[in-house]
Design a protein. Sequence first.
Length: 115
Amino acid sequence: MTSAVVDRLDLDALVARVDVNRVADRVDVDRVVLRVDVDAVIARVDLVVLTRDVLQAIDLGQMVRDTSGGAAEGTVAALRVRSVRADRVVNHFADRLLHRPGADPQGTDGPGPTP
């Protein structure tokens, strides 16, 4: 009897009626995160690519040239700008990794302001 009812059920129509936002509002995100295997997530991270992206965003070569010039104020300002760029790259990577809404998977937000 049960299988006859299930056979007649239009599952697609039933799922289409579900308010996904309402279901998501009921999800305890903290409880879900506690179930995440952080080591497994980190194991999936390509650290070589992440490191290369961060070093490219902060332009390490330029930073070395700036710091060897002797102008302390300019060096501090350059380090601040590059730190902001590195922070953006890491945040962008984390957004993509954690599938946060509004994350830009194409990376079109750019490296940040030029000093």
